[in-house]
Design a protein around this ligand. Structure first.
Ligand code: GAP
Length: 488
């Protein structure tokens, strides 16, 4: 048996669509760029990922609680957070092809080329120079760097570039029914600010003591200049963020410990250690004094799935200034008032979904000689799989269908179980493999005599005979979220 990893993002996109995981948004109208819908299996997998993250934060930690803040927020929120003035991407257009690019991504692409050619030092120097120019807001310098590196537009093949300009990524809309009364507001570009503005509400109502955290899962919106690579870069997406409020001066210790904890989380949900790495930021976001990404090796290379930032007291201090409401905490242990510092962990639910999906996508050649064939399945952690068990009667007659339906019914309340009697049993196994169902339960003639069934394991395809009375506990144990939480 030999295994081949997913070879292209196209394989992933096709599989996701064909088996009900991800569809292009409003496809009958030819879709909407960088917006996607989750199908019947995708929503289950995504919900499972969100649940395990939520539990890892709020159930495994006594000092982390969750909230669910609104998407719309007072417009001053985004002034205080720095997003109105600083949430920009540098864009550049090619005059011949009229195509628009992110200037930093063009340079990063060049650095990747150097790396691929074994010129690591050259790559690093380029990234450092880019970081320096962007931090100094030297956009003319960024353009010169693109030209001096000989970067050409992949469409026109020319280096006929416009100036580099900053482009704000926030979407705006209006509230108020009468045009004159209407106020411009933004769709939140990160969920974090809903946490910051509720910091004191949660601290006081929950009598929380620093250090403590607030977690949230919710939609965020960004008008990405270049939206590509499927659900990796979307204009509407979901974030899972946690702000951890700490005593000033202790933030670097917490930053280190959250770095490790978050890496462990990704390993526990089944992403292989070799496909994950840390990547320190060359260019720090406007609010951070230290920042690292956790990257996953997608079919298109190592890319960020999570950001861990030490945000200092930047956000709370600015909210205090603009709102004129004190954002201070009284620390009774040291008898001092202060604005807490914040360490943030921020993972995209859609990127985590895509990483999990790419990692699960497995192609194997099974059998020998003439009977050799290719087999496809999704090797998802059993706790994350959309369907945990499928009950399949060998045939529909002689009471086997009714027996299988009764088995399905008995398992449904414990974990997601489906019944399928349509087509030959081999085909039904394949159907379940393709959506990642870890256990298929076959009801056959022996079942009618001794109340036993076979469990067929997705990855090994091995079968074992067990009593129906054992199914709930046996499968229930394997598919429980606890298995992941215990490994974190
Ligand atoms: N509050 C901090 C923050 O928003 P970020 O690095 O800009 O930091 C955090 O975003 C995470 O959100 C990223 O690691 C990524 O997983 C996800 N994310 C950001 N932009 C995204 C996009 N356009 N599409 C999908 N996910 C995105």
């Amino acid at each position: 048996m030999s295994q081949a990893p997913a070879t292209s993002l196209q394989d992933i996109i096709s599989h996701a669509k064909e088996y009900g995981f991800v569809f292009p948004s409003s496809e009958i109208y030819d879709g909407l760029q960088a917006v996607y819908d989750y199908g019947q299996n995708g929503v289950e997998l995504k919900n499972n990922l969100k649940t395990v993250w939520w539990k890892a934060m709020t159930q495994l930690h006594d000092n982390i609680v969750g909230i669910d803040a609104a998407i719309f927020m007072h417009p001053l929120t985004w002034k205080a957070s720095g997003h109105v003035d600083g949430f920009n991407d540098p864009m550049i257009d090619n005059k011949d092809s009229k195509k628009r690019y992110r200037a930093d991504q063009l340079l990063e692409g060049k650095a990747e080329e150097y790396q691929a050619a074994g010129q690591d030092e050259k790559a690093q120097n380029l990234l450092n120079e880019m970081g320096r120019l962007l931090s100094a807001d030297d956009l003319a310098g960024v353009r010169e760097l693109i030209i001096s590196e000989g970067i050409k537009c992949p469409v026109s093949g020319t280096a006929n570039w416009t100036d580099v300009r900053q482009f704000n990524l926030m979407f705006s809309t209006q509230v108020g029914s009468v045009a004159e009364d209407a106020n411009m507001i933004y769709l939140r570009p990160e969920t974090a600010q809903g946490i910051f503005v509720n910091f004191l509400n949660v601290q006081k109502s929950g009598r929380m003591k620093v250090p403590f955290g607030i977690a949230q899962i919710g939609k965020a919106f960004r008008n990405e200049i270049v939206a590509r690579q499927f659900t990796f870069r979307m204009r509407e997406f979901e974030q899972m963020e946690m702000q951890f409020f700490v005593r000033p001066g202790s933030e670097m210790e917490w930053y280190q410990s959250w770095k490790e904890a978050r890496m462990k989380f990704h390993q526990a949900i089944g992403l292989p250690t070799a496909s994950l790495k840390f990547h320190d930021h060359e260019k720090l976001a406007h609010y951070a004094n230290a920042a690292v990404d956790i990257e996953y090796q997608f079919p298109f290379g190592f890319r960020e799935i999570e950001g861990i930032h030490s945000r200092t007291d930047f956000d709370l201090r600015n909210h205090q200034e603009l709102s004129k409401k004190k954002q201070q905490y009284f620390d009774s242990e040291i008898n001092q008032n202060y604005i807490p510092y914040v360490v943030e962990t921020s993972v995209g639910a859609d990127r985590l979904f895509l990483a999990t999906f790419c990692n699960a996508y497995t192609r194997e050649t099974v059998g020998e000689g003439e009977s050799q064939k290719e087999r496809m399945y999704l090797k998802l952690h059993p706790a994350l799989a959309p369907v945990k068990a499928a009950v399949l009667p060998l045939v529909k007659k002689d009471g086997l269908a009714e027996k299988a339906q009764a088995v399905t019914q008995s398992l449904k309340s414990s974990f997601r179980t489906v019944y399928d009697d349509n087509a030959a049993i081999g085909k039904r196994y394949t159907r379940q493999d393709l959506i990642g169902t870890p256990y298929c339960i076959a009801v056959d003639y022996q079942t009618m005599e001794d109340d036993t069934v076979t469990i067929r394991h997705r990855d090994s395809m091995e079968q074992e005979r067990v009593a129906i009375s054992e199914l709930k506990s046996k499968i229930g144990y394997e598919v429980a979220m606890e298995r992941i939480l215990e490994a974190i």
